[in-house]
Design a protein around this ligand. Structure first.
Ligand code: NAD
Length: 375
C-alpha cells in the first residue's frame, strides 16, 4: 500500500502532513511512504531526512498523486490536484467540509474516499487523532506571543530600581482549546488573566490555569451535542455584551477565540467597545478567518483604531511549522493506522471515528450536513 505525502501549495502554508520521525515509525511498521520532493521544506525537514527515515522522494507530482493509495495532506486540495487522484484512492486532510462543500462534491465525483480531519470526534478514544485541538493549541500560544510583541507594555510585574511595573491585564474570550492555551501562555509570561466563555463547564479549567472566570448567567442552553457551543439568541448576546464590556475596557490585551462550528464567528467586541479601550491596547482575533469576533478585524491585517491595534492573523499554526507538523503528523498517522490493518483499508462504518470522519466513499457524499450545505 502506497502512502503519499503531498507538498502544500496554498500560499502561506508551511506545514507538512508527516514529519520524518513519524515516517520512520510507519516505515518500520511495513508501510511504503512516498514524499513529494520539497514537501517538508517549509517545516525545515529536508528530502534527505525523509530518505534517511525510509521514504522515497518523488519529483513527478502527477505520479505521486496518481499512484497513491492513500494521500495525506494538511490543507484543502485544489481542483487540479483532485483530478490527479485515482478513482478509489483515499485522501486524508483538513477539508473544511461545511465551509467549502463544493470541494467534497468534487472528491465524491472523483470517487475518492475522503476523510476530514475536522470531523474527528472530540472523544477520549480519538484524542490522539484530534488535529483541531493540536493546531488550536499552537494558535492559542502564538496569539499571546503576537499580542505581547505588539503591546507597548511588559506582561510580567517587575520590581526594579527604575520603579515597579504592574502586570499586563489579559482578557481571553472563548475558553476552548485555543483559549485555554492562550490563558496558560499569558500566565507563564506573568500577566493577570481573565477569561469568558458561554459554556459554564470551562469555569474550572480556567481557574485551574490561574485565571479569573468572568461569569455570565444566560437563560438558555449554550451547549450543543458534542460539547460545542451553540449560537445564542440576540437577548443573550446583549446580556453577554453588558457584562464583558467592562473587562474589555480594562484589558491591555484581548485575545478572542470564539467559534460556533459551521457558523460565522460570534461578534463579541463591538466598535463601541474598541472605542472605550485605552490607546496602546491590543486585540488578537483568532476567529479572523471565520468573520472575526471583533467588528474591526480585517483578516490577515493589523488595523489601528483610536490607538488600539486589532490583529487578525490567518493560519497561525503554519507560523510554527516544526511543532505544528509534528503534532499533525501524530494525529493523522494515528488515524491512518486505525484505518489500515494488515496492509488493507478497513472501513467499518459502524465505528464512530470512521463514520464521522469519512465524508465521501464510492461516489457518494456521506455526511448529511455537507449534503445540506450543497443544496
Ligand atoms: P471552538 O473552537 O469551537 O470554540 C472556541 C470557544 O468559543 C469554545 O469554548 C466555545 O464555547 C466558545 N464560544 C462560542 N461562542 C461563544 C460566545 N458567543 N461567547 C463566548 N465564547 C463562545 O471550541 P474547541 O476548542 O474546538 O472546543 C469545542 C468543544 O470540544 C469543547 O467542549 C471542548 O471541551 C471539547 N473538546 C473535547 C476534547 C476531547 O474530549 N478529546 C478535545 C478537544 C475539545
Amino acid at each position: 500500500m502506497k502512502i503519499a505525502i503531498a507538498k502544500e501549495i496554498e500560499v502561506g502554508e508551511r506545514r507538512v502532513a508527516l514529519n520524518p520521525d513519524t515516517v520512520a515509525r510507519l516505515v518500520k511498521q511495513g508501510l511504503e511512504i512516498c514524499v513529494e520532493s520539497g514537501a517538508g521544506e517549509g517545516s525545515f525537514f529536508s528530502n534527505e531526512t525523509y530518505e534517511t527515515a525510509g521514504a522515497k522522494i518523488i519529483s513527478d507530482v502527477s505520479a505521486l498523486w496518481g499512484e497513491a493509495d492513500i494521500l495525506l495532506k494538511v490543507g484543502l486540495p485544489k481542483e487540479h490536484e483532485i483530478h490527479q487522484l485515482r478513482e478509489g484512492s483515499v485522501l486524508i486532510s483538513f477539508l473544511n467540509p461545511l465551509g467549502q462543500p463544493e470541494v467534497i462534491e468534487q472528491l465524491a465525483n472523483r470517487k475518492v474516499t475522503a476523510f476530514s480531519m475536522e470531523l474527528i470526534p472530540r472523544t477520549s478514544r480519538a484524542q490522539s487523532m484530534d488535529a483541531l485541538s493540536s493546531q488550536a493549541g499552537v494558535a492559542g500560544y502564538k496569539a499571546v506571543l503576537i499580542a505581547a510583541a505588539a503591546s507597548p507594555k511588559f506582561f510580567p510585574m517587575l520590581t526594579t530600581a527604575a520603579g515597579t511595573i504592574k502586570p499586563a491585564k489579559v482578557f481571553v474570550m472563548g475558553a476552548g482549546v485555543a483559549g485555554l492555551q492562550a490563558i496558560a501562555t499569558a500566565r507563564r509570561l506573568g500577566a493577570v488573566v481573565e477569561a469568558f466563555d458561554i459554556r459554564p463547564a470551562v469555569k474550572e479549567e480556567v481557574q485551574s490555569l490561574g485565571a479569573k472566570f468572568v461569569e455570565v448567567t444566560l437563560e438558555e442552553e449554550t451547549v450543543a451535542a458534542g460539547g460545542y457551543a451553540k449560537e445564542i439568541s440576540e437577548a443573550s448576546k446583549q446580556r453577554t455584551q453588558e457584562v464583558v464590556t467592562e473587562h474589555v475596557k480594562n484589558a491591555d490585551v484581548v485575545i478572542t477565540t470564539a467559534q460556533v462550528p459551521g457558523k460565522k464567528a460570534p461578534l463579541l467586541v463591538t466598535e463601541e467597545m474598541v472605542q472605550q479601550m485605552h490607546p496602546g491596547s491590543v486585540i488578537v482575533d483568532l476567529a479572523a478567518e471565520q468573520g472575526g469576533n471583533c467588528a474591526c478585524t480585517e483578516p490577515g491585517k493589523d488595523v489601528v483604531r483610536n490607538g488600539v491595534t486589532i490583529i487578525g492573523p490567518i493560519n497561525l499554526p503554519s507560523s510554527m511549522p516544526v511543532h505544528a507538523s509534528q503534532m499533525y503528523a501524530k494525529n493523522i498517522s494515528t488515524l491512518l493506522q486505525y484505518l489500515v490493518k494488515d496492509g488493507e483499508l478497513q472501513l467499518n462504518f459502524d465505528d464512530d471515528i470512521i463514520n464521522s470522519t469519512c465524508v465521501t466513499h464510492a461516489g457518494e457524499i456521506l455526511n448529511p450536513r455537507v449534503k445540506e450545505a450543497l443544496v
